[in-house]
Design a protein around this ligand. Structure first.
Ligand code: ASP
Length: 317
């Protein structure tokens, strides 16, 4: 099958797309391309929602979530609450390639990362540490005492600093793959998993139908099974645009929090939707020297009192 190569990403993945397309041009698969793209953002300390420089949990520890899915075979791998490794996406891929499992978390994920030769790293940058200390101070807590505090649950707050990076690629053979990687909710309860490492919630790919990935309030994607539902809708002939829009509408109906869905159809058509105005996603197609940003469809959502959803409150994906 001769297909049009294309990679789409959340806007914060834009700079990585040229390298992903280079991987495809060299004959790499869609899976290789999304992993290569995700690694670039994971190693970039400027993105405080992913990998190195990601914002930590309440205890000041960076815990990373990532997943990767091969839409051709429906094989998938994921890690959750992984500490101390630079490239959770590559550990997720190793879970897929080397284990009869899909998802490893916490200490087991770290053990497997070591076994598979993953690169260890101190992920907490000075900027992220300062953010953590300031946030704790605003909550009336101190970084030096937080470890001995008996109860953390009352300190969990929705925060503005948040994000994730999504990549979906289609290679020239029609192969489809998706990758999602994040440090999750800043100052989350330790051990909290978002949607990103959960196949079917934040990430799903099936080359027969399409792929979908999520950013934003992960608890909504977990509760709705968002990515899987969006792909199922594409399998029934619904366009990527309508699938992304309806997935955002479903999530917005249960929680009025910023939420965004990216979708790529089996034929290479793509779209993205958000319940926050003015958002975009990134696209590169074969023949383009660099990626461009394209507006996401905006779904107008409102609270029970009619007040519009504000992107101010929660994230910047
Ligand atoms: N979905 C991610 C999570 O819930 C965060 C985000 O994309 O803003 O961990």
């Amino acid at each position: 099958m001769d297909a049009r190569a294309v990679i789409v990403a959340s806007a914060n993945g834009r700079e990585a797309l040229a390298e992903g397309m280079a991987v495809l041009r060299r004959g790499g698969t869609a899976l290789d391309a999304v992993e290569a793209c995700a690694r670039i953002v994971e190693a970039d300390p400027r993105d405080e929602s992913v990998g190195l420089g990601g914002l930590p949990n309440l205890l000041g520890v960076v815990e990373l979530d990532a997943s990767i899915m091969d839409g051709t075979t429906l094989r998938a791998g994921a890690v959750g609450a992984l500490q101390g490794f630079l490239h959770p996406i590559t550990v997720a891929r190793a879970v897929m390639d080397r284990l009869p499992h899909v998802l490893l978390v916490g200490a087991g994920a770290a053990r497997f990362a070591r076994e598979s030769g993953a690169e260890p790293a101190e992920l907490l940058t000075d900027a992220a540490r300062r953010y953590w200390e300031d946030r704790l101070r605003a909550l009336g807590e101190s970084a030096s005492d937080i470890g001995s505090r008996g109860e953390l649950a009352t300190l969990v707050r929705p925060v503005r600093e948040h994000g994730t990076v999504n990549f979906i690629a289609r290679d020239a053979k029609g192969g489809l793959a998706s990758a999602v990687t994040t440090s999750g909710w800043a100052l989350k309860y330790p051990g909290r998993l978002g949607d990103s490492p959960v196949i079917g919630a934040g990430n799903y790919a099936d080359a027969r139908a399409g792929a979908a990935t999520c950013t934003g309030f992960g608890e909504s994607a977990l509760r709705c099974g968002t990515a899987r539902i969006a792909v199922d809708r594409m399998a029934r002939g619904i366009s990527p645009r309508a699938a992304a829009r309806s997935a955002v509408a479903d999530a917005s109906a249960i929680a009025l929090k910023p939420f965004h869905v990216l979708a790529l159809g089996a034929d290479g058509a793509h779209a993205a939707a958000s319940n926050v105005a003015g958002r975009s996603y990134a696209v590169i197609e074969d023949g383009m020297a660099e990626a461009v940003l394209v507006p996401r469809d905006h779904l107008h959502t409102a609270g029970p009192d009619g007040s519009p959803l504000s992107g101010e409150l929660w994230d910047r994906t």
